[in-house]
Design a protein around this ligand. Sequence first.
Ligand code: USQ
Length: 388
Amino acid sequence: MKRLLVLGADGYLGFPVSLYFASKGWSVHAVDNLSKRHIENIEDIAPLINLPAFKDRFFEWNENYARKDSEKIKSYILDIATNNRQLYKLFEEINPDAIIHFAEQPSAPYSMKGRSEAVNTQVNNITGTLNLIFAIKKFNPSCHLVKLGTMGEYGTPNIDIEEGWLNINHNNRNDRVLFPKKPGSFYHLSKVHDSNNLEYSCRTWGLRITDLNQGIVYGSHTEITKNNNLHTSFHYDSIFGTAINRFISQGLSGNPITIYGTGNQTRAYLHIDDVIKCIDIALNNPAKEGEFKVRNQFTEFKSINELASIVHDALLEIDYSPEIKRIENPRVEEDSHYYNPKNKSFLDLGLKAKNINKNVIIDIAKYLEPYAKSIREYSFMPNIKWKN
Ligand code: USQ
């Protein structure tokens, strides 16, 4: 059996990904430092569906859903950013064939709250990834690291966005360089710094790394997590909640759909099911020794106005009457810009994706409906401003 280490396994994506690969025959070792739960407590926010404790989530899977002993998942509470010795011990113990690394502070607004949150985000994210690179080099340099980066690393440049690299011709000489980055928060910057460190370690030590520049994920459940007590961490608040998930939750709870600024900001998106498909493809097509492979992991791009109107129309069909409201943009971001990112590498490998349409939105809304009464309405409005 191939051994897989999933870092950040308590999160929105890390949990469903751990269960999926366990069900596909990998021996899964799931790690988390519980930092998202810590931030939730401090910021007075919570996932829409209450989650059992981290280890209990895997106990539930192991006892009631794993079809055989080999599908059982081992879970570990470990902070990879502050405890490199424990991380090294874990590497010695499991000797992973592959690693999927989600273990980072994922919220752009949180990272913009103030000095301490910006420092926490960057120290946590960059140090954790550095500790991981050193663990790989020391114990298992041939294992394949799949690292979650973000489309936001690129920002909104006035040229087409390639997959990680750019061929340039300058003064009649050619080279291939990392695509220039223009991110829009200290969180997104932490991922840029990670990418540079990862590329350097491939070039210098021959590591094998895939950086997945992922778009904004939407969706409430996967085939596995829709089961009782296997729910994932779905957020609708202004810190961890993201555009489409927030819009559906706002409509379901009778709150206005909040468009920040003009709503012309265009971003790349993908459904949570497609996250799993993409990671499966990435694991099955690993980077070669010394290769820093970048894949843009999204399936379509749309403006906020388009998304708000799709969610609005879908909810109307199931008898809600959502209002769309433009509010002052708390962020500093271009609201009228060129946007043309490429995602050829997954399409070439056969990705068949879902689209953001009425039916997909209704499926999410129907799943969330029974929980809508527990929505904390006060956490919809953004209270962190980029310029404060
Ligand atoms: N927006 C609204 N109304 C809202 C919430 C957001 O108009 O109520 C707008 C924002 O101004 C922004 C866009 O929607 O232009 C996306 O914001 P978001 O909160 O959905 O996503 P973002 O902050 O970019 O971050 C999220 C995840 C992050 C991941 C990233 C992928 O939190 O972990 O890396 O999506 S990407 O955006 O491609 O970098």
